[in-house]
Design a protein around this ligand. Structure first.
Ligand SMILES: Nc1nc2c(c(=O)[nH]1)N[C@H]1C(S)=C(S)[C@@H](COP(=O)(O)OP(=O)(O)OC[C@H]3O[C@@H](n4cnc5c(=O)[nH]c(N)nc54)[C@H](O)[C@@H]3O)O[C@H]1N2
Ligand SMILES: Nc1nc2c(c(=O)[nH]1)N[C@H]1C(S)=C(S)[C@@H](COP(=O)(O)OP(=O)(O)OC[C@H]3O[C@@H](n4cnc5c(=O)[nH]c(N)nc54)[C@H](O)[C@@H]3O)O[C@H]1N2
Ligand SMILES: [Mo]
Length: 679
């Protein structure tokens, strides 16, 4: 445990939990709330009503007593001097951030009056468990691991522990990522492909498997559909062709295929950890389909340490309920508010009523999200939230970029102060979060705020009377022993070790659909397609550099950006650029630069580094706009276009140009919140 903590600089807790009454120290088992595949069980130490420490639960095997650097600072966030402590009503212009304190009663009555028709989000609706693929712990036994489109050292630490274990046992680790991340540095091989070219690489690998006959014919015959069509398509992708598309040396592709072939011939397990990186470009859905064919071709699913694990959470949670005009809702007999894709919120807030779109959006309730900072093409998002006729309510811990545009800001409790249940998309345990503290200030849980709003809006259904503990009980029904959850904080679901060893895929035939007839009929293509990005470089491209914007290690999306210790670790907003691209633009390390395209301008400092590959710049996210040099962040540049499947956002399908603004004569500090400037 100690050495893991030392390696990662994370905090670990060893030994068992104790409760000592003399010193009034208690420890409460909870669950990390963040949208991260690890879903850790955490232990909060409370002294005199304040959280003094947050650590990983040593009794929960997946957590193993270790939390990431961010969440081990959770108590700093909960007791942060900038915590929102009471309801506030806007007095200044939208975006100016000027508010006056109001009572809960005043705030709720006024909001309820204005939102009469809001169908409060049904707090009982919990995402169904949809587990796809391998169990994460079995990666420790794999002999070859492809980490494809993810940076687990930064964002999936507990998977990385199993990969490390495998590495110690002699496994080879390969990272497929345009950026030389911390993960890429620790792997044996790094394929720095151009963003959005993963399907081409997958096909070239299958090409090599076919021509060398590193193929599990028996598995394909018994448990798949469409092998001959896929095989034929793969033969159209010799490594030379893919190398040109992906911007990779052809030998590197061949070498990877040979490693896969060697593993196959020795009968050793090989596995792929697939993450969101590749899904944030136009062809993301097809890229995932293409990569997912590989384990079937190899018959890798036969072994429990073989196959593939893909995060199953939605790529972009739609977490807020836009409200339609009550009179129109009533007139049309609609009782539920519609949901709007957050990837196009900028355009949608600005859209007038139309038959296709429906009525204009009149009100927005935002909770658990910071759309001003995280949604693409922020220029449009800002314009939308600035509409004087839009009524906006934000439930928050802090005065975020989004809260600045609210008519009402309502203080919400943090994870240390409320009940919650969590399912993981990286392991197979269910977790329970018990509150460790009384709510700070006048803050209230989201659920309580929605219940009170519902009451004032005249909803009388029984479910609006349920308290949070009841909701947690109901969430799992009888699939989980709630007593065990209460006692230990986690319970393991019973799942097979090698789910697809003999087919059993979640398809009508139980076979893996290499060729998908249903998709063919929808015009999507029965085989996975290699789709170019929406924004492709080339002679006619107006902007020559591709920009990706993955999260900074010490932030969780835009959360924690205001926690000083974590912000200090990230320094300031940076754009990574390869030395050749920097030289061509006379940019030196530390210069203030402008990254721009037709959508907007983002000012930050340049970091000239080999982490960026030629032709691709990296803007680590997601900083608060108000901390940016010109009051913007990377999402000023990203587009609202959607992916091929699932209408997901295309954050990493984005072209820009970069120019030097000023030399780095003095350190440029991001604007700090007032309370921290004193510290
Ligand atoms: N520290 C930290 N952890 C997090 C989060 C966070 O903000 N901070 N966010 C959480 C959330 S909400 C999510 S959705 C998950 C995301 O988790 P992951 O899906 O693992 O996403 P990232 O860690 O951002 O890794 C994406 C990687 O893909 C690379 N990439 C970009 N474009 C491409 C491409 O076209 N092809 C390939 N192969 N790679 C590409 C990026 O350089 C980046 O290193 O992480 C969760 N964990
Ligand atoms: N450029 C770029 N943009 C991206 C991404 C990227 O990789 N690149 N990643 C995208 C992805 S995958 C995601 S998931 C989104 C994430 O974007 P968001 O879902 O907006 O996540 P956060 O930025 O973490 O903001 C969460 C907010 O909710 C608040 N909050 C947390 N807990 C509670 C609570 O219990 N109650 C209430 N009321 N509030 C709470 C926090 O204080 C925080 O301000 O960003 C997306 N945006
Ligand atoms: Mo996410």
């Amino acid at each position: 445990m100690l050495n893991k903590a030392a390696i990662f600089g994370e905090h670990s807790l060893s030994g068992s939990l104790s409760i000592s009454t003399e010193t009034e120290v208690t420890q409460v088992v909870g669950a990390c709330p963040h949208d991260c595949p690890d879903t850790c069980s955490m232990v909060t130490t409370v002294q005199n009503g304040r959280a003094v420490r947050v650590q990983g639960n040593p009794d929960h095997p997946q957590t193993g007593g270790v939390l990431c650097a961010k969440v081990s600072r959770y108590h700093e966030r909960t007791h942060h001097p900038d915590r929102l402590l009471h309801p506030m009503r806007r007095v200044g212009a939208k975006g100016a951030g000027q508010f006056e304190r109001v009572s809960w009663d005043e705030a709720l009555s006024d909001i309820a009056a204005r939102l009469k028709a809001i169908a409060a989000q049904d707090p009982q609706a919990i995402l169904p468990y949809a587990k796809v693929g391998m169990r994460v712990e079995f990666f420790a036994e794999s002999r070859l691991i492809l980490i494809w489109g993810g940076n687990p050292v930064g964002s999936n630490l507990h998977f990385w522990r199993y990969a490390q274990e495998a590495k110690r046992q002699g496994a080879k680790l390969v990272c497929i990522d345009p950026r030389r991340t911390d993960t890429a540095e620790k792997c044996h091989e790094h394929l720095a492909l151009l963003p959005g070219t993963d399907a081409a690489l997958a096909y070239a690998l299958m090409h090599e498997l076919v021509v060398h006959d590193w193929v599990d014919h028996d598995y394909l015959e018994r448990y798949t559909v469409g092998w001959s069509a896929l095989r034929q398509r793969a033969l159209e992708w010799p490594p030379e062709r893919a190398a040109a598309v992906c911007g990779l040396p052809v030998e590197q592709i061949r070498r990877l295929a040979q490693d896969m072939g060697a593993c196959f011939q020795r009968g050793e397990p090989q596995a792929i950890r697939l993450n969101y990186g590749m899904q944030r470009a136009r062809g993301g859905g097809n890229a995932v389909r293409a990569v997912s064919c590989i384990p079937a071709v190899l018959g890798a699913w036969r072994q429990r340490a073989g196959g593939l694990l893909l995060s199953t959470s939605g790529a972009f949670p739609v977490q807020w309920a836009p409200l339609q005009r009550p009179d129109l809702l009533a007139a049309s007999g609609v009782s539920q508010p519609r949901t709007i894709n957050m990837s196009t919120i900028g355009n949608d807030l600005l859209r007038p009523a139309s038959p296709e779109f429906g009525p204009q959006v009149q009100a927005v309730v935002v909770y658990n999200s910071n759309p001003l900072a995280v949604a693409p093409e922020s220029g449009k998002v800002v314009q939308g939230f600035s509409r004087p006729d839009l009524f906006t309510v934000v439930l928050e811990h802090f005065q975020t970029d989004t809260a600045d545009y609210a008519d009402y800001v309502l203080p919400a409790t943090t994870q240390l102060e409320h009940w919650d249940v969590h399912l993981s998309y990286g392991h197979t345990d269910a977790l329970l979060n018990r509150p460790a503290l009384a709510p700070v200030g006048e803050s209230r849980p989201n659920t309580q705020i929605f219940r009170e709003l519902a009451q004032r809006m005249g909803f009388t259904e029984d479910c609006f009377q349920d308290d949070d503990e009841t909701l947690c009980r109901q969430a799992y029904g009888d699939r989980i022993d709630f007593a065990q959850l209460l006692e230990r904080g986690f319970a393991t679901l019973d799942l097979p070790e090698a789910p697809f060893a003999q087919g059993g895929f979640p398809t009508p035939s139980g076979r893996c659909l290499l060729f998908n007839e249903a998709l063919e009929q929808l015009g999507q293509g029965g085989l996975p397609e290699v789709l170019p990005n929406h924004e492709t470089t080339g002679s006619d491209a107006r902007y020559p550099l591709a920009m990706i914007s993955p999260p900074a290690r010490n932030f969780l999306n835009s959360t924690f950006v205001n926690v000083k210790t974590l912000r200090d670790a990230e320094g300031e907003p940076l754009l990574e650029i390869h030395p050749a691209d920097a030289q061509a633009r006379a940019i030196a390390d530390g210069d203030v630069v402008e990254a721009f395209n037709d959508r907007g301008r983002y000012h930050c400092k340049a970091r000239v580094t080999l982490r960026a590959r030629p032709g691709v710049v990296v803007g680590l996210g997601i900083w608060w706009r108000k901390m940016g040099l010109n009051g913007t962040n990377v999402n000023e540049l990203t587009s609202q276009r959607l992916t091929d499947m699932g209408r997901a956002p295309t954050f990493y399908d984005c072209l820009v140009e970069v120019r030097r603004l000023a030399p780095n004569t003095q350190p440029v500090q991001p604007v700090q919140p007032a309370s921290e400037a004193l510290a």
